[in-house]
Design a protein around this ligand. Sequence first.
Ligand code: SF4
Length: 384
Amino acid sequence: MDLKILTDFEKQSIGERQPLPERYLRLSDDELDARIASAKATLGERCVILGHHYQRDEVIKFADYIGDSLKLSRAAASRTKADYIVFCGVHFMAESADILRAPHQKVVLPDLAAGCSMADMAAPDQLEICWREMEQLGVRTDALGADGRAGVIPVTYINSSAAIKAFVGAHGGIVCTSTNAQSIMTWAWERGEKLLMLPDQHLGRNTGFKMGVPLDQMVVWDPNEMWGGLDADQVKAAKLILWKGHCSVHTRFTVPQIEAFRKKYPDGRVVAHPECTLDVVRAADESGSTEYIINTVKASPAGAVWAVATEVHLVNRLTAEVPDKTIVTLDPFGCLCSTMFRVSPNHLLWILEGLVEGTIYNQITVPEPTRTDAKLALDRMLAL
Ligand code: SF4
């Protein structure tokens, strides 16, 4: 199903995002396309545009690289001739690019209102309190035991703020992605008795379950409750402590949607992103990161039928790229990442024309010492 999502209403409300100068509002699609292409051509190799898989079509068609957040940050760092990295994604992605960039490069996010609701569910002060309260509940947070292992190792999904990554880096922890979560958790359990996995409880639960951790050895830490809403016995017995965060896009997929799909397409298969709930992942045939989903669907035989449980822009593009297969979004209304969607072609044009004129708008800079500590956590992952 191809859903039309850039409605006339949405075009009119473009100014409700990060405010733009009046001259960038109410431009026709043709004018936007022509001016973006012209500014991009003028900047040439001095500018690299990155587009996340969930980004809208009108923007991503100008991307030099398309991928997940880590792949894009690495791509940017490898394009050393580029002075400017324009990240068409959300805030935490631009922060990661700023941490991994070459010294002369500057990272720009076209709309500063493009955040991530999941990343916002873990604030640095909440993590500091959690760390302190875990110690009070009898978990060794920083000191090593007789076996040389820590009591708990913090693991943060790349979908988190630089401040969270910095805390994790400074406390012996590591970053993971949805592609490498299993190997990162193995690394962490070699170094600690327990894992504190944040901010996405579902990625943590799905990966832990896949690795054979019983559900009764997982607890959910609610940062809005005293002691995370847990008691000392619950925390002590847990192997995996899951931060109470989630993706508002991926948790919209449900088991009844899978049942409805199977009824309509008895031979069809379902592939779900691990940010979906455990019951959805268990009811699906396959589960994996965005790259895994794309590769799995592309590698399937002609005529295959797939329901895909991830953001609708990725699903729509996949549908267009593999016309020999039937691909539908699992949620018939299409799950849209509304914050990623805030990066409009108007914002991209404003950024690029600013760069042509020598003005950098919306530069994302991770300050010290956050940058150094966050890089520690990222580098531990990249070294694996
Ligand atoms: S899809 Fe979910 S996790 Fe990804 S950027 Fe959007 S809100 Fe954040």
